[in-house]
Design a protein around this ligand. Structure first.
Ligand code: HEM
Length: 503
């Protein structure tokens, strides 16, 4: 009797212990906190708020739930990570686990552009595509050498366009379109390997812009495809129409590039794609890319580069107009390198202009054109402090808030390039992995492959502009730094400036 009582007590103790351990383990392996959600629909706030409200909503949730929290899109958890140390732990320390991309929820027309580096799952094919882009096209040793002439022409396009506008408008310019023309010319010339006619560049730019705008408006489709598909069928019609126009414009250019005998020394993305062989099956056979696939990769190349780079240059110019002291200091640095004689600044001279780099980094800190990263997919379970980030979850980051972290940046709202000079709190930023502080180009394995060429072209254009002209405010018109909350965050009210030649 006594022994069976003992056995019973023992069993009860073991069961309680097991329950306790299970409870602890469950607690230990829980997802980051989430606001209450409705089954199937997830967190309704996703549907009720426009895209422009997403960021303030996330800040509100951060204040309530901490710097890492979960939102449900339907039944799919999306985890937001907003603290610099946790960003580092995920994207750098666990870079491989966080290097995937989630599959889009909607297989609708919205996701037609599936042949892109950013949509390719982490693995050998992604590596092959990314290596091709970097080593064949935009690596500085290649692009830097062979693209010098298009770099110089891109500046001349910008300058000519600004001067023509100023002449017609009593010295006043709204630079946004001139900037877009310049970057469209630069990127499409790198893309197709020949000096592109301005008319064709404009056509490509317009269709690409219209396409992106409509995809942004259809953003909700990716959140709840079945419900929103009914609401958005007219926009989907427009999207199909634009895709056709896009195809009619790009396919003939691609075909012509394939047939031409190349007589320029300009490298090109399209030529690298013609040569590229990708796996045809699992048996090790290889194949060439189809024309549709090439069109899709080219579309990504232009979309991913022109808009963020143009937005960044407009922000930099706005800051230079607003802060005349910074503009004068920058001009002084430029003149100390090139001398007083008026001529174009060349690429090698840029290396001797630390203040120029600091101005650009400060603009990227205060006005990163991408406030979010492209969503990352998690390849395996990862523990972040007490929370589980399960395999298959979608993770995203709030880029802009890192640059405003008061524990890292002194007076974070103040525009002060000196913080990126020797002794400043941003000096270490030059080192790529130091992303606890800011990451306008993302970080880790999916970091923007175009960062170096974008920085080089920004430095080149800014140095030459400031060398060539003074940028002043328009009397009675303050520079308005409000943001237009879209996937690429540009100025809400385009910059107006007065330009005066320094000749
Ligand atoms: C100021 C200019 C630019 C900014 C601020 C910028 C920013 C970014 C950001 C934030 C990402 C997402 C990174 C992530 O998800 O972790 C990205 C990805 C990407 N960017 Fe850029 N970018 C710029 C210019 C360019 C240029 C010039 C190119 C091409 C020549 C380019 C091509 C790409 C591609 C292909 C990806 C996807 C990478 C992948 O998934 O592996 N970007 N960029």
């Amino acid at each position: 009797m006594a022994s069976s009582l003992l056995i019973l007590i023992l069993i009860l103790v073991i069961i309680s212990l097991a329950l306790l351990i299970g409870q602890r383990e469950r607690k230990r392996r829980r997802l980051p906190p989430s606001p209450p959600r409705i089954p199937i629909l997830g967190n309704l706030l996703w549907l009720t708020k426009p895209f422009s409200q997403l960021e303030p909503t996330l800040h509100h949730l951060r204040a309530k739930y901490g710097s890492i929290f979960t939102l449900y899109v339907g039944s799919r958890p999306v985890i937001f990570i907003m603290d610099g140390k946790q960003v580092h732990r995920s994207l750098i320390e666990n870079s491989e686990a966080f290097a995937d991309r989630p599959l889009p929820l909607s297989r609708s027309d919205l996701n037609g552009n599936l042949h892109s580096i950013n949509n390719t799952p982490y693995g050998p094919l992604w590596r092959l595509l990314r290596r091709n882009l970097i080593s064949e096209v935009i690596h500085l040793s290649k692009a830097g050498e062979s693209s010098s002439s298009i770099q110089c022409m891109a500046f001349e396009i910008l300058l000519k366009s600004l001067k023509a506008e100023a002449e017609a408008n009593s010295g006043i310019v709204v630079p946004v379109h001139s900037i877009q023309h310049s970057f469209s010319f630069f990127m499409s010339s790198l893309c197709f390997g020949e000096i592109m006619e301005q008319k064709v560049v404009d056509q490509i730019m317009n269709v690409q812009l219209e396409l992106i705008q409509i995809v942004e408006k259809l953003f909700a489709l990716n959140l709840l495809p079945k419900v929103t598909l009914l609401l958005y069928c007219t926009r989907l019609g427009k999207l199909k129409q634009l895709r056709r126009a896009h195809q009619e414009l790009l396919l003939p250019i691609i075909k012509a590039c394939k047939q031409r005998v190349k007589d320029t020394d300009v490298i090109s993305y399209v030529d690298s794609l013609f040569k590229l062989k990708v796996p045809a099956d699992n048996e090790g056979n290889m194949r060439e890319l189809s024309e549709e696939e090439i069109m899709s990769f080219i579309s990504e190349f232009l979309d991913a580069s022109i808009r963020p780079a143009s937005a960044t240059l407009e922000w930099i110019m706005a800051r230079l107009v607003k802060h005349q002291d910074i503009q004068n200091k920058l001009r002084k640095e430029i003149r100390s390198v090139v001398g007083e004689k008026r001529r174009q600044v060349n690429k090698d001279e840029l290396q001797r202009m630390p203040y120029l780099k600091a101005v650009i980094l400060e603009a990227l800190r205060r006005h990163p054109p991408a406030h979010f990263l492209i969503p990352h997919g998690v390849k395996e379970n990862v523990m972040m402090d007490e929370y589980l980030i399960p395999k298959g979850t979608v993770v995203n980051y709030l880029v802009a808030s890192l640059g405003l972290d008061e524990t890292v940046w002194e007076d974070p709202l103040v525009f002060r390039p000196e913080r990126f000079m020797v002794g400043g709190e941003g000096e270490e930023r030059g080192k790529r992995d130091n992303i606890k502080t800011m990451m306008p180009f993302g970080a880790g394995r999916r970091m923007c492959p175009g960062m170096d060429i974008a920085m080089l072209q920004l430095e080149y254009l800014v140095a030459n502009l400031v060398n060539e002209m003074e940028l002043k405010t328009v009397p009675g018109m303050e520079v308005d730094l409000s943001e237009k909350a879209e996937l690429v965050v540009a100025m809400k009210n385009p910059l107006h400036a007065r330009i005066i030649s320094t000749a």
